[in-house]
Structures are given as C-alpha cells and as structure tokens.
Design a protein. Structure first.
Length: 359
C-alpha cells in the first residue's frame, strides 16, 4: 500500500480553516485540502494530501469527451466521545471498484481507498460537525486523464477525494415523487449499477420536468416494460404494504445502496419482514388506493430516509400517501441516525474509527 504524502502547505491551510455558519447545507462548504492520486504505467504511482484547488486538464483529456468517470459518496460522524467514525466505508470501497471495473478503469485496493479517506478525515477532524444528523461528506472520484480523441480506455487516471462538512436534512421533510413513464435511466447490460457521471447526466432532463411540476424526485421505471419500480436518480425506494417492508430486488440497473442495505439489516434484526422483489408502479398505486400501502420512502447517504408524501403520474393525477411521515420509516430513520451518531450500539463492523494521524 502507498503511503499518503502530506504536504505542509495543506496542513497549514486546514489548521486555520473555520466555518462560522450554523446552516451547513449540503455541499456548500469544502475543506481546504484534498487527496490526489495518479495512475500511470499500469499502477497507482503516488497519493498526496494537497491544498484544495483547481486541477489542470488538457482539453483533449478523455473524461471530457467520453465520460470515463466514477465517484462515491460517504459520511463521517462525530460521536459524543469526540472521536470520528466513517460509516461502512468498505462497502463504498467495494462499490467504487465495481464501478471502476464496469467503466474500464483501474481498481484501488480497498485498504488503500480507506486509508486515503482516513487521512483526509483525520486532517479535517476539527471540521466534522457535532450536531445530530450532521457529518463530513466525502466525495472520492476518479477521472480519465489520458490525452487523445480516440475512443478507447484511458491509460492515465486521477483519483481525488474532497470533503464537505454537511448539515442534516430535516427529519420530517417528505418528498413528492414524479413517476417518469417516458425517459429511462439505464437498461439491462448497461451501467445503471455503476456510480458513473453519465447516469446522473441522463437524469437531469427529467429532474427539470419533475421540479417544474412541483415534485422533488424522479422515480425511474424499468426500461423494458416501463412497469417496475427501479429507484430515484440518487436514492433507493421502499414501501410498506400490509405491514411488510418491500423494496425492488437488486439488478444491474439499480445502484446497490449502502443505506438500503443498512435499512434491510436493521429491519430484519427487529424481526420486521422485508421483501426484496419486483414491485410494479401499478401495485403501489392500487395499494395506496386500497389502503394497504401505508408508507413509502426513499433512502440514500445524503438524506438517510425521506418519507414520500405523494406520487404524481404522467396525466398529472396525484396519489397521496396516508401517512407522509410513516411510523416505520421514521423509526428506521431514527435508528440508523442514532447508530451513525454513536447514540445507540452499532452492529459489528459498521463504524470505522479514524485514528488521529494529524497535527
Ligand atoms: C442512483 C442512486 N441510487 C441509490 C443511492 C443510494 O446509495 P447510498 O445509500 O449508498 O448512498 C445513490 C446514492 O449514492 C444513487 O446515486
């Protein structure tokens, strides 16, 4: 494993940095340091902790033309004992490498990925916010930097980690979902399960329509029958039907969410029934009308869990959920938030303590 070289100017910059804003928001602030690693000649050459700043790219870098890019999103929490912890980072490391594999990019050994995260976290320790629900959001990403307009996999890459002290989404915030029945997000055999920029670019046209219609989130259906629920553009989907928790089973068109997996684990540990299966949008809408679907929610690292208030269909009909902040979703949210924040006991291996490596 390569040691991360610490640049003294990065240390000086971060030491002095403070944020005096109680409204941290999401992605509004970044810490003034970043990890940067260079891949060339078939291997990772070096890892550095540098001052945060612009990166220079040749206009013919492959990422700018062919979108060879992947990223991750993960959170670090300050516990009441003042230590800081990453939440299930090995799941992000694994998913990063699955994305890398699909996008013809080099993998990073899991321990190298986690150790690079540890370094930026440790040097940003004083910037990990304290209040319940707040965190330091990490954004590791990799781009293809080889210069040339030929369509082929790059041989050179840059791996970067930036970090953003982030606030809490208000626990009761519910979302209005727009059912996208025309465009699709991805198709079987494609890259839907990879966290690559193109998937998000492809969702933006629908995002604009969703917002214009007064909704918050686009719900994507399968690309073959336009019938089965897949996920939102950046979150997974759950519903409660007849007291059972249901969520679409994973396929290569759905992102394998860390929050989704954690919710399933928590629910099962409390003997709640969780079914991972195909769920058609018609099933959900008729279960809402018959009263058997009492709650639905979306989940992801950024928002943890947000209850769904309503679904809007293509004909602009609105289908309201009876309980916008359902009992089961709020219970699961509180449970997960308190595990992440060190307020209740975490299942074995879920929290990764950051050792003090810094000043
Ligand atoms: C498309 C998509 N689905 C689901 C999720 C939720 O995944 P996680 O819980 O790992 O954040 C994300 C966010 O990473 C996403 O981008």
């Amino acid at each position: 494993m390569k040691k991360v070289e610490i640049h003294p100017d990065a240390v000086e910059r971060v030491k002095k940095f403070v944020i005096n804003d109680p409204q941290l928001g999401f992605g509004k602030y970044v810490v003034p340091i970043m990890i940067q690693a260079v891949y060339d000649h078939g291997e990772w050459q070096r890892f550095d902790l540098l001052p945060y700043g612009p990166i220079q790219l040749d206009p013919c870098s492959k990422v700018l033309h062919y979108g060879q890019e992947i990223f991750e999103g993960m959170k670090v929490f300050r516990h009441p004992d003042d230590n800081i912890y990453m939440f299930r980072p090995e799941m992000n490391a694994r998913r990063f490498n699955q994305s890398a594999h699909r996008m013809a990019m080099p993998e990073i050994p899991e321990n190298q990925f986690i150790s690079a995260c540890e370094v930026i976290c440790s040097y940003s320790k004083h910037l990990v916010p304290k209040r319940l629900g707040e965190s330091l959001y990490l954004r590791p990403f990799m781009i293809a930097t080889e210069v040339g307009l030929g369509i082929k996999p790059s041989k050179q890459f840059l791996f970067i980690i930036v970090a953003s002290p982030s606030g809490s989404y208000f626990a009761g915030d519910s979302v209005k979902v727009y059912i996208e029945r025309e465009d699709i997000r991805c198709a079987p055999g494609g890259v839907g399960y990879a966290k690559t920029g193109g998937n998000y670019a492809a969702s933006l046209k629908s995002y604009s329509k969703t917002i214009k219609l007064g909704c918050d989130q686009t719900m994507w259906l399968d690309s073959v029958e336009h019938k089965y629920i897949e996920e939102m553009s950046g979150m997974n989907f759950f519903a409660v039907i007849n007291g059972k928790i249901v969520t679409p089973s994973l396929t290569d068109t759905i992102l394998d969410g860390v929050t989704r997996k954690s919710i399933i684990d928590i629910a099962r540990s409390e003997n709640l029934v969780v079914e991972e299966r195909k769920i058609s949008i018609d099933e959900i809408l008729s279960a809402i009308h018959s009263g058997s679907c009492t709650e639905a929610f979306v989940c992801g690292t950024a928002a943890v869990i947000a209850p769904i208030a309503s679904f809007m269909d293509k004909d602009l009909s609105v289908h309201d959920l009876p309980e916008a902040s359902g009992k089961i979703s709020m219970h699961l949210r509180e449970k997960l938030v308190s595990i992440q924040a060190g307020r209740s006991e975490a299942p074995e291996g879920w929290l990764h303590r950051i050792e003090n490596l810094s000043f």
